[in-house]
Design a protein around this ligand. Structure first.
Ligand code: EPU
Length: 335
């Protein structure tokens, strides 16, 4: 018989550090317990927490919050060139990256220091410095909450896109990821250093994966606030993708507008640049603020509520719409 904790504060479980209560709470260290939990509590609404690094809590929750906390890394297969690993969903993402660097397994070094858990990584297909999770992802195991059966979902089935997958779109709420299977490289590593800041650092050199990770960590630490010190969820908005025509119109108005090519002839532009251009960087609205070194990051500078952060986000969305005719989409999940 499992017993849930009652009336628990979720403040320690979200990196925005926002106060909100959950009626019931349970830390899942053994994912086989999930079947039992759901079969016994069919009518109870539930929410899943991993590292809590991509949620904005705007109200208390009358249901069951489940913290996915199963740990372990298993070597499934090894060849002269690579390894296949099965990693439990509750492992901390950055600890996993550090472990890979120690073993000299390549593929995740550009994704160093991303907050959150391994199980949450596929949901938004985490990405940074020219690499996305999808490039090392083989499959994941997930509990289907409708059938209460465990399923293995392949990379194709997950339909990864920029900051998106089936877990955020048409299958949202249907699966709980319990472990992720990765394919990583043994030496020689196929490193990626084409992304702006890394390219400038490593022009004409062949850095090791450890050197790339150290550079990514230094860049992130210089721009992105440490959630342990200043509550935040990384990028609050996705970088929007617009038509070539729309881009050309904007570029004629703002010749310095940065851009990146996106699939299907579209153009991705940095939301952080637009928010910065509109003068929001470093601005404060009560305890909700725009980070002073990266305008894409909203921060809780004290005791902001989820509603305070949301109000600031909506003000930014309206200003971006008015100035650039672009509707920003949040990367963060608003609950
Ligand atoms: N920029 C500004 N002002 C700002 C912020 C950015 O002018 O305040 C400009 C920069 O100068 C640069 C461009 O915008 O020309 C892009 O900035 P940056 O390289 O910092 O990256 P980003 O597009 O703002 C994305 C990811 C980050 C990831 C970095 C590096 C999204 C939504 N965000 O940010 O991911 O770390 O690239 O790859 O795609 C996250 O998802 O939480 C996250 C932090």
């Amino acid at each position: 018989m499992l017993s849930f904790e009652e009336n628990v504060s979720l403040k320690p479980y979200n990196t925005f550090g926002i106060e909100a209560q959950t009626k019931y709470f349970y830390k899942v260290e053994d994912p086989t317990q999930l079947q039992y939990i759901f079969s016994q509590n069919k009518e109870l609404p539930f929410r899943i927490f991993g590292g809590g690094s991509n949620v904005l809590l705007t109200q208390n929750f009358e249901g069951l919050s489940l913290l996915i906390a199963n740990k372990g890394i298993e070597l499934l297969d090894e060849s002269p060139t690579g390894v296949t690993l099965d990693v439990q969903a509750g492992e901390n993402w950055h600890d996993f990256v550090l472990w890979c660097l120690d073993q000299n397994y390549g593929g995740v070094e550009n994704l160093s220091l991303i907050p959150g858990s391994v199980g949450a990584a596929p949901i938004q297909n985490i990405g940074a410095y020219g690499v996305e999770l999808s490039s090392v992802f083989k499959s994941c195991k997930a509990l289907n909450v409708d059938t209460l059966k465990e399923e293995t979902l392949t990379k194709t089935q997950c339909e990864f896109e920029y900051r998106s997958s089936i877990f955020k779109t048409h299958q949202k709420g249907k699966y709980i990821i319990t472990s992720v299977c990765f394919e990583l490289q043994k030496s020689p590593h196929q490193t990626k250093v084409e992304y702006g800041a890394l390219k400038a650092l490593f022009e004409n050199s062949s850095p090791s994966i450890q050197e790339i990770a150290a550079a990514v960590i230094a860049i992130r630490e210089s721009k992105l606030p440490n959630p342990k010190i200043l509550g935040n969820c990384g990028s609050f908005f996705k970088n929007p993708v617009i038509s070539e025509l729309h881009f050309r119109t904007l570029k004629s108005q703002y010749p310095e507008l940065p851009s990146y090519p996106a699939p299907k002839g579209l153009v991705k532009i940095p939301a952080g640049w637009m928010i910065d251009k509109l003068g929001f960087k470093g601005s404060q609205s009560g305890d909700a603020a725009v980070h002073d070194k990266q305008a894409l990051v909203l921060v809780n500078s004290g005791n902001a509520s989820g509603k305070d952060i949301l109000a600031l986000a909506q003000k930014i969305e309206a200003a971006v719409k008015k100035a650039f005719d672009i509707s920003l989409e949040t990367e963060v999940n608003i609950l």
